[in-house]
Design a protein around this ligand. Sequence first.
Ligand SMILES: [Zn+2]
Ligand SMILES: [Zn+2]
Length: 69
Amino acid sequence: MTGPEGRATRWWLEGGDEQCDTCLAFHHVEMEVRCEACDGPYCRSCIAEVRRERLLLLCASCAADEADS
Ligand SMILES: [Zn+2]
Ligand SMILES: [Zn+2]
């Protein structure tokens, strides 16, 4: 849960330069996945795999757009 400082220290979420547009967590570039539609930086847990002609890595909003069209 949370530590004595009120929040957990997780190295893989802190100190990174990239911020996930979905969960707003900062993460390291090594943990980053780019959405193939909007090219935004996301963490792995927020990227959806959408199968089309090939496997696409899309963020939640782009995956929703894909599902609609
Ligand atoms: Zn995320
Ligand atoms: Zn996207």
